[in-house]
Design a protein around this ligand. Structure first.
Ligand code: G4P
Length: 537
């Protein structure tokens, strides 16, 4: 028996050690879909471009699970793509992308061990990238930077690195440096091997992988002349003025290894993929709510990081995405839901990416499985077998959009209340009760406006209580306490701020903008007004 156990332990450690679970964080249009496709193509995970969802049918398949998605040509589905690279199992957890941002985008970061921060060479750090970076920092997720679109005109490499250092407070350490300015990319040089240049030549047809060849330093001098020499000089300058690459500093979030390339023509993508294998941490012990940690070789535990309802309208199903944190997941096993102590069976377990579903029989730490029709599950839930495990709750992120919900038909107020409370529990939106409006007219709070579309759609089609949403002009939420609440209630007529209570009893003060917040804070300097994670400022 003990031999058997240790064989399982060895296997779990071995499988976990081969896993790299990561996400790409970026602002819309920086090239996330293109990069995802390029990574997967590199690893031969998919045979043709198009398996990864793209925008508006531009490239391939938009999911047709929800009318909403079809109508708007966007995907609201988050799942994971698994592929092999150099004997490693890569789990690329998809962040819902595009112009609409939601709490799901943030929550995905609870399921990964590393993030690739994708930066558009011309645009530099953009708003959503910064917000997602803030969440990575908060969660201690190490970040690899990929500066994309170097085949197009853009900013200077040194200026981009400067921005990262100044605005994100993390030291960028180049692992790869571009030979040639943005728009005139000749190739790449690796910091660890400046004796050779990887030259890339674009094929005329455009979107195909560029041709790669390796030049010795002598050939590079001869053929690329000043461009090569400038690249070496710049790289030398950056490396000599910084701390250099250090694995511990990377894992502690102090430095970010930097890569340059062009996802569209596959330039620098393989080096990035290699870096995920070589630098990104494998799944490790996961901290528990009451102290201590669950070791990867312990019995099974997993974290529900996303619920997707109604992916298939014909079946009205609901998938709970679980990141395996420890042990072996086997389809059909009975697991316990930590929050209720109840057990559930996992007969219907799938991997889901784009429109594809594949049945999963076995999964290891780092893998993502989708449990179908596990109605009891909520975002943030811990599942386990054997010794109890409960991971800390997922944080609620700073909402920036607020709207009052009212049933269109007041005779359906029971359905209305049921729907609102279920959407709140599922984390589709945060539900607030304002001291002015009371609980008849709850305030829906969201990180991105698309969360409201999901609410409207589900209230009508799933809970049979169509609603109206009156959008409010607040943009900032601050956590306060009882003393702050008393002051805010008094100040309510001064306009621009309001007090609300979230369903977990956290008191949130809402402000129209920074000006109102600052004015209020100046007038009442002793009041507690703390930002939530990833606020806009
Ligand atoms: P997203 O998922 O982050 O929103 O970005 P997506 O991959 O859809 O890419 C956005 C646009 O940027 C796409 O252009 C894509 O082809 C382009 N792109 C991505 N990577 C690169 C790159 O390395 N080099 C260049 N030159 N372009 C890149 P599009 O939607 O087809 O057309 P348009 O937006 O340019 O009109």
């Amino acid at each position: 028996m003990s031999n058997e156990l240790s064989a399982t332990t060895i296997q779990v450690l071995d499988e976990a050690g081969r896993r790299r679970t990561f996400a790409v964080i970026s602002h819309p249009d920086a090239g996330k879909s293109t990069l995802t496709e390029a990574l997967a193509l590199h690893a031969h995970a998919i045979t043709s471009a198009g398996a990864v969802h793209g925008k508006g049918g531009r490239r391939g398949v938009t999911s047709d699970w929800m009318e909403l998605e079809r109508d708007r040509g966007i995907s609201v589905t988050s799942a994971a793509l698994q592929f092999d690279h150099r004997g490693h199992v890569m789990n690329l957890v998809d962040t819902p992308g595009h112009a609409d941002f939601s709490e799901d985008t943030y929550r995905v970061l609870a399921a990964v061990d590393c993030a690739i921060m994708l930066v558009d060479a011309a645009k530099g750090l953009e708003e959503q990238t910064r917000k997602l970076f803030a969440v990575c920092r908060h969660r201690g997720v190490p970040v690899i930077t990929f500066i994309n679109k170097w085949d197009r005109r853009g900013r200077e490499a040194l200026a981009l690195l400067d921005d990262i250092e100044t605005h994100l407070g993390i030291t960028p350490v180049p692992v790869v440096w571009p030979v040639g300015d943005a728009g005139n990319l000749r190739g790449l040089v690796q910091a660890e091997n400046t004796g050779q240049m990887l030259r890339f030549t674009k094929v005329p047809a455009g979107t195909h992988a560029a041709i790669e060849e390796t030049l010795t330093a002598e050939q590079a001098v001869e053929e690329e002349g000043e461009t090569w020499e400038n690249a070496l000089m710049e790289l030398e300058l950056v490396l000599s003025s910084g701390p250099g690459y250090d694995q511990e500093a990377f894992e502690a979030g102090k430095i970010s290894p930097v890569f340059f390339g062009a996802a569209l023509t596959n330039i620098g993508v393989k080096l990035l993929l290699d870096a995920v294998v070589d630098l990104a941490p494998a799944p490790g012990p996961r901290p528990l709510a009451n102290g201590g940690a669950r070791a990867v070789e312990s019995e099974f535990s997993g974290l529900v990081f996303k619920i997707q309802a109604n992916m298939d309208p014909a079946h009205r199903d609901r998938i709970a995405f679980v990141r395996v944190c420890s042990g072996v997941f086997e389809r059909g096993m009975n697991v316990t839901r930590a929050a209720s102590g109840r057990s559930l069976t996992t007969k219907y377990a799938h991997t889901v990416f784009g429109a594809e579903r594949t049945v999963v029989d076995t999964a290891y730490p780092g893998d993502v499985v989708g449990l179908i029709n596990a109605a009891a599950l909520r975002v943030g839930d811990t599942l386990y077998t054997g010794k109890k495990a409960e991971f800390p709750p997922l944080p609620a992120f700073a909402p920036e959009f607020f709207a009052v919900a009212r049933p269109k038909d007041i005779s359906r107020s029971k359905q209305f209340r049921k729907g609102v409370s279920q959407l709140d529990e599922e984390g589709v939106v945060q539900v607030l009760v304002s001291d002015r409006r009371g609980d008849q007219a709850p305030v829906m709070a969201a990180v991105g406006p698309m969360q409201f579309d999901v609410v409207l759609h589900r209230m009508e089609h799933e809970f049979s209580s169509p609603i109206t949403l009156d959008h409010l002009s607040y943009r900032l939420a601050r956590v306060t306490d009882a003393a702050g609440a008393a002051e805010l209630s008094k100040a309510r007529l001064t306009d621009g701020e309001v007090l609300t209570r979230r369903s977990d009893d956290v008191l949130l003060a809402l402000f129209a903008d920074k000006w109102h917040l600052n004015a209020f804070q100046r007038a009442k300097p002793d009041i507690k007004l703390e930002p939530l994670i990833a606020t806009a400022e």
